[in-house]
Design a protein around this ligand. Structure first.
Ligand SMILES: [Fe+2]
Length: 409
């Protein structure tokens, strides 16, 4: 933890981080940058995208409302975004914002409201198109209405990258693609660790596991690079150290700060090197069990994914996973042991579930693989960059192994 030791107390400063087209403000109290941003940007009508209620519980709403009132900015609020946001709600929100001449958008929440807002801001520039068109890549998206994201979870990394995940629910099969567009980088993002402190305990582990999968996958795709490996090593080190602290002491500012930073860095890692098996196989699970938390699904699958990736990239896997499982040699023979120890570590930190525990049966596996094959981007972008050829047999094998804990087989 050399970086942490060199920067003791940094969580109390608000620093700017520039990535893609995004200016990220990060630090305890960073929410107070919001009034400065709207004062500078001078929107006339602000569209606000949130879920039903959590945006009020964490304190962000009070700051946003006051800033908009102080500047005389009209507010148009859409609050129907759910976990795994739906294309039908995106279309409804886009219409509301266009009808009310919204010229700037703010999203408060975790990955769901932020990803929804990214797609809404793009669609607002392409009247006549619907979410389905963007999610099926029927045309190229280059523009979006400017967006401020106030990120209240530490896992998706969406506040700094060009990706968004929306479930298609209103035309054809239910699919959950992940789409990247140069237009989707937020204009400003705010990562204030104070906003994480009221999140449910399970959310801390689920979101941390999302960060871990972003970097493990980005470090091991066929298009991996020094950037994705370096970020991977740093992110796993931060999460391995600070997740147990945040679990025990949810109001620990330093732990929350580094989990936020780890999430943002992980978002940059997969912006550069993409993702592969864990995300490709979690999305069909969420398409079937709609309210399955993303990080829980990833945690269920990741041990089995490690087991198949480790033998082909043992040195990289040992480097990335070293902070969680020390003293690895980077030898292919370690694969099963590493997968089992990783699964134990997840259970110790609050994620013991497997597919059988959340409602899946072996009979579902063929349907899940079929869904992955039908889902845009997963089928033609992510699965092809898997370091192990993503045959149907491989995908079915990962699902099958993930039904129960590895060590009980
Ligand atoms: Fe993710």
């Amino acid at each position: 933890m050399q970086v942490v030791n060199c920067l003791k107390g940094i969580e109390n400063s608000i620093t700017s981080f520039y990535y893609g087209k995004t200016q990220l403000e990060i630090g305890l109290g960073a929410i107070n940058k919001y009034p400065e941003i709207v004062k500078k940007e001078k929107p006339k009508v602000m569209g606000l995208v949130t879920g039903k209620s959590s945006y009020k519980l964490n304190g962000a709403w009070d700051v946003v409302k006051k800033a908009l009132d102080d500047e005389g900015i009209k507010l148009v609020h859409y609050d129907k975004i759910t976990t795994n946001p739906l294309s039908s709600t995106i279309d409804e929100c886009t219409k509301l914002f266009l009808d009310n001449k919204v010229d700037y958008v703010t999203a408060i929440g975790g990955g769901s409201p932020i990803d929804a807002a990214k797609l809404v801001t793009i669609l607002m520039k392409y009247p006549g198109k619907i979410a389905y068109d963007v999610l099926h890549l029927t045309f190229e998206t280059k523009e979006a209405v400017p967006l401020i994201t106030i990120n209240t979870t530490a896992g998706t990394g969406t506040e700094v990258n060009r990706f968004f995940v929306v479930t298609i629910d209103n035309k054809g099969p239910v699919l959950k693609p992940v789409v990247g567009s140069i237009a989707a980088y937020p204009t400003y993002s705010i990562d204030d660790p104070n906003l994480l402190m009221s999140s449910p305990p399970k959310m801390t582990i689920y979101t941390a596991v999302d960060s871990l999968n972003h970097v493990f996958e980005a470090a091991t795709t066929k298009i991996r690079n020094p950037f994705s490996l370096i970020l991977g090593k740093e992110v796993v080190e931060m999460v391995a150290h600070f997740l147990p602290i945040a679990n025990k002491d949810p109001k620990n500012g330093e732990a929350r700060y580094y989990l936020h930073y780890a999430s943002a860095l992980a978002g940059c890692a997969f912006d550069s090197a993409l993702l592969h098996l864990t995300h490709s196989l979690e999305h069909p699970m969420a398409a079937k069990i709609w309210n399955l938390p993303h990080g829980q699904g990833l945690g269920i699958l990741q041990p089995s994914v490690i087991k198949v990736v480790y033998p082909v990239l043992p040195k990289i896997c040992a480097l990335i996973l070293g902070p969680i499982i020390p003293d690895l040699k980077g030898d292919p023979s370690e694969a099963t042991m590493v997968a089992e120890k990783y699964e134990e570590w997840l259970a110790e930190n609050g994620l013991p579930e497997k597919m059988g525990d959340v409602g899946f049966k072996e009979e579902d596996i063929d349907e899940l693989v079929k869904n992955a094959r039908e889902t845009p981007v997963i089928s033609n972008v992510l699965l092809p960059v898997s370091p192990v050829e993503a045959t149907d047999e491989l995908l079915k094998g990962i699902y099958l192994e993930s039904m129960k804990p590895l060590r009980k087989k």
